[in-house]
Design a protein around this ligand. Sequence first.
Ligand SMILES: C[S@@+](CC[C@H](N)C(=O)[O-])C[C@H]1O[C@@H](n2cnc3c(N)ncnc32)[C@H](O)[C@@H]1O
Length: 363
Amino acid sequence: MKNIKFKSVAVTGQDAIRTKYSAVQLGYYNDPFVQFFVQNPRKSQPIMNRGYFARVYSIEKLILQFLNVSKKIKEKNKEEKKDENFQNVVPQIVSLGSGLDTTFWRISQDEKFSSFQFRYFEVDLDQVNAKKIDVILKHKELSSIIGCEEKNNQKKEEQIEEILHGSKSGFFLDRKNAEIISSKYSLISGDLCALDSIIERMKIHKINFEAPTIFFSECSLVYLDPKYSDAIIGWIAKDFHVVFFANYEHINPNDPFGKRMLLNFEKRNAPLLGIHQYPSLSSQIQRLKDAGFVFAGADDMLSIYNRFSTSDEVDRLVIQKIQKLEFFDELEEWNLIMRHYMISWGVKIESEFIDLVSEFFHL
Ligand SMILES: C[S@@+](CC[C@H](N)C(=O)[O-])C[C@H]1O[C@@H](n2cnc3c(N)ncnc32)[C@H](O)[C@@H]1O
């Protein structure tokens, strides 16, 4: 581990993937790729499996809704014969603090996503990404989704240009920086607290500020001092033309359960530095408005999960299925835990597309 300061927080990604693997093994959702990333697998408690299912299911839904909204924007632009450059842009998905998460691989192979084109970016510390690269290179099931490694003596910039302009179909591996660039997938290394250098790296990876983009953080920004996470959120809202943001993180630190939760993270030397400044749904919404998102909202995971069980027919059937997977008698504890997690969302969009905003956050 190159940098001791980040050691404990980098390990949190391994914990997340272990519980995701446990949930997948028990049939909570389908993920043929998680097995490659997990070390020391073990079965998690039913309450954890169900909670992780809710987390993964919600984030996946938001990504799908974002892609649908992006498609509608594109169609409308086409109808109105708007600027052709804008019509041809590919939507972008950016995972901040991606850890060992497998969403890119899953959605690349999932029929629900097959009609969409997108570029997917992941950002995490170099020590985490170096491990991810080892796993990707070791397993054909992963590497074949981004093509073959392009090896030649051309300059890095020239290789990147060729890959992104389609004359090469493989990926460029930058071992020194622990990064990967391909036309579909980019793995970017950096400290999220050093925003300028993250922006610089994103530019090297040719992120497109004009393309509809969703940024999401799944239990990642909360580890940062809020002055750094706010800087990131502010940058996203300012510099991207049409942009969506979703943040899954902990709230309610001041009740007895919240205090125990904080202590747990502190003991593991990975404190939730952001939670005190944004301890409630209303403060999370205000945070996004202050950052510049005109449309913003938030809901706790208990309400979101309960809506899954009662609203849309597809969601209802999924919930009925997963609720049968394990014996579950921890309802009180479940209600308590789920009130300590939330998803907040923000949207920046041109006024003519305002009617699409509600289609994005439909959880
Ligand atoms: C709990 S894990 C979540 C990983 C992934 N989002 C998931 O849900 O599986 C938190 C991740 O945030 C990353 N992270 C925390 N602080 C970071 C920082 N300052 N810069 C970059 N990544 C950071 C950690 O390395 C870790 O991979």
